[in-house]
Design a protein around this ligand. Structure first.
Ligand code: NAD
Ligand code: DAU
Length: 351
């Protein structure tokens, strides 16, 4: 069936993988990628699909209500997959308002535009909001987040995402807007901006720079290969029951320090260094304020109801990821010049 789908944040890390999957898998869908091209948005992520006949790009900031409304007056969408967001916890600690604007107000602008466009005619329509496991708060040593775990966000980033999730649900209950939400754990893979732990560490190891580990490196994250997240988004977009929430995770918990040791081993091998050489770069620095101890996602609902499961073991995914960054040196060089240097200096100088 022909469909027109708006993907927001498609020039970012996860969004670019979702755009690629949808453009290639569904030639009969028209995919419109909407992105403001903030520091995190990069059209170089999409050079392989940029010329495809079913793909187009439009530069709009979702906080600009008038521009969003104009777009929805000009184009009719069957579905919206909403990924555009400010996504980095450390930046939310220094500039919370940017997160409130994009993640909350931006999301409401899109909800309103969809509600007005569909005007009660919701057949085959879908507003799919991409969220995070961080809305559930922080776990101790035991337990996992399920879809019914109470929200307990603890950073400006996770609070803004929690708030947007609540608003999406409110539009379902109040206006019957056909919504779906998913909450995913930490993603890793190609095209991730090197402010996040894994690409930052790969880049620093390659350049023989210190690898900053917050606190004692004991915090635990559940890592999922970004391509597996994109596959889950495809399945949920097409098969989920409206109004439902699905958790997505890798069943793959690592302390930061163990993960970095594994990465150093892989990098030693790939760079032809003596075993243990890269690990000498590990540097413990001042902890992140309010640093959540542990996230772990129970994705059994998604596995049981929609048949999704992760496709890759972590070691294999990490090795593929390292290979990608080493083969795409120019991609990394383009984004680690200019603004990145001043961000890095501010974020890590006095830690
Ligand atoms: P990212 O920072 O790499 O990309 C975000 C994209 O949104 C960028 O292309 C940016 O230009 C765009 N954007 C930002 N503000 C915008 C605005 N005001 N208007 C229009 N576009 C704007 O983020 P990501 O890691 O790809 O995350 C994508 C989504 O997935 C986010 O909603 C995030 O909360 C969620 N998520 C991320 C992870 C993860 O591990 N990265 C895990 C779970 C959920
Ligand atoms: O859980 C999903 C979330 O995962 C997403 O919603 C966020 O958008 C995404 O950024 C990610 O959040 P984290 O804060 O977990 O990711 P980050 O890569 O920033 O950090 C991973 C862990 O590594 C965390 O415990 C903090 C630590 N860390 C991070 C950086 C950047 C360090 O020790 N040193 C660092 O320099």
């Amino acid at each position: 069936m022909k469909k027109k789908i708006l993907i927001t944040g498609g020039a970012g890390f996860i969004g670019s993988h979702v755009v690629r999957l949808f453009v290639n898998k569904y030639p009969n869908y028209e995919i419109v990628n909407l992105d403001a091209l903030t520091y995190a948005g990069n059209l170089d992520n999409l050079t392989d699909v940029a010329q495809k006949p079913n793909y187009s790009f439009i530069k709009i900031d979702i906080t600009n209500e008038a521009a969003i409304n104009q777009l929805f007056e000009k184009q009719q969408f069957d579905g919206i997959v909403h990924l555009a967001a400010e996504s980095h916890v450390d930046r939310s600690i220094t500039d919370p308002l940017a997160f409130i604007r994009t993640n909350i107000i931006g999301t409401v602008n899109l909800l309103n535009a969809a509600k007005n466009q569909w005007n009660g005619n919701f057949e085959d329509k879908r507003f799919y909001h991409i969220s995070t496991d961080e809305v559930y708060g922080s776990l101790g040593k035991e337990g996992m987040f399920t879809e019914t775990t109470s929200y307990d966000p603890r950073s400006p980033y996770s609070s803004s995402k929690a708030s947007s999730d609540m608003l999406v649900r409110a539009y379902f209950h109040t206006y019957n807007l056909p919504v779906v939400i998913s909450n995913c754990s930490n993603n890793y893979g190609a095209n991730q901006f090197p402010e996040k732990l894994i690409p930052l560490a790969i880049n620093n190891i390659k350049n023989n720079k210190p690898i900053p580990i917050y606190g004692k490196g004991e915090n635990i994250r559940d890592w999922l290969w970004v391509n597996d997240h994109a596959r889950a988004i495809d399945v949920i977009y097409h098969q989920a029951k409206l109004g439902e929430t699905y958790n997505i995770g890798g069943i793959n918990e690592w302390t930061n320090i163990d993960l970095i040791h594994k990465l150093c081993e892989i990098m030693d091998k790939k760079l032809g260094r003596a075993s243990g050489e890269s690990a000498k770069l590990i540097t413990f620095v001042t902890d992140r304020a309010g640093h959540d101890l542990r996230y772990a996602i129970d994705s059994s609902k998604l596995q049981r109801e929609l048949g999704w499961k992760p496709s890759l073991q972590f070691e294999e995914g990490l090795e593929k990821t390292v290979d990608w960054y080493l083969a795409n040196e120019q991609w990394m060089n383009n984004i680690t010049s200019g603004d990145y240097l001043s961000y890095y200096e501010k974020q890590y100088k006095n830690r």
